[in-house]
Design a protein around this ligand. Sequence first.
Ligand code: NDP
Length: 390
Amino acid sequence: MIKNIALLGSTGSIGQNTLEIVRKYPNRLKIKALTAGNNWQLLAQQALEFNPEYVALASTKNEADLKAALANTNIKIGTGENALIEAVSLNNVDTVLAAIVGFAGLKPVMEAIALKRRICLANKETLVVAGSIFMKAIKENKVDLLPVDSEHSAIFQCLSGLNNPNLSKIIITASGGPFKDFPTEKLKDVTVEMALKHPNWNMGGKITIDSATLMNKGLEVIEAHWLFGADYEDIDIVIHPQSLIHSLIEYSDGSVIAQLGWPDMKLPIQCALSWPERWEPPLKAFNLLHAKNMTFFEPRFEDFPCLKLAIKAGKEGGIMPCVLNAANEVAVEAFLNNIITFIEIPQLIETTLHGFNNAEVKSIDRLIEIDYKARIFAKSMIKAEKKSAV
Ligand code: NDP
């Protein structure tokens, strides 16, 4: 049966990889809606190729340009935040591939769940900030949730898509990022250019910085907790610089199962879109003889404090993962704009977390409020720090 897809974040790294899969399977996958943040040029180009019913641009600034670029088509155009909701609400959409980066993806994904769309989830931040509400909505609406993140796709595949009660441990692998062997004292000199050079994966800017600080792995631990119902104590992290084993699970009898593949997002994306079917390989065949060495290390928790901060916030639950995520988004943006240094990223996140008392989260509106407050708090901390430095 053909899958009718709303692709949220089509202009990003995951979005573009997804379109490569769609190109290969025109009889199985049909794009109904495409969305972007600002990049109207690429969005228009994608729309002309895939001929969706609807395109949405979150920013309203270039509405006229997008309309002009699609003037000779029947494609409907929406701009602003609500346009993202419209994209998932189209009548014939059955699958939503969520690849917006950050908190901005939360509302459209929650709407898609309420509408009972199948969710292929790359946008891990939504699950991190809204874990309990998100999973409750998934259960109540009996929605299929398919992980796209390579580690979670690996765990899902090792479990064969079942939530197995005999699962005793999840072992998430991490490349370690570009600074895994960097001397501690040199981390203060890390530049944006250095941090954007990931050794194995070609990804968007935010997740590349998250990989360098190991925040990405912390977010993934929280993601695994919600996706697979695992206790935090039963989730281990192992640094595996070659990124060939994408994650492992251990069953209660001690048996360990791993999923392997080249470090390329096309396979987990295709796996989510095709599940429970298996289609032709999107990459050259995996070959252990070409894989050569596989090595494993413990993470350097003390040198990369984001990892501990994320796991602590995950364990605390309530609003804390939302505060963590907001502070991290502010910190990463400030680092990318050369406003704070690499080692100031975890410092800013920790200060922001200390600025909030934990509380239960009952609604998405409350999370939107907390996200807003945490961003304001984190930004004010940056300003205060810069003032005291002059
Ligand atoms: P990119 O930065 O490459 O792309 C992000 C996408 O989201 C773009 O289409 C962007 O539009 C859009 N976007 C950004 N801000 C907004 C906004 N405020 N409203 C609406 N749309 C917005 O990110 P990635 O593709 O790397 O990552 C996407 C998600 O997938 C993240 O959550 C990431 O953690 C996760 N992920 C990514 C992996 C990867 O390999 N890249 C691997 C595993 C998970 P525009 O282009 O116009 O800015």
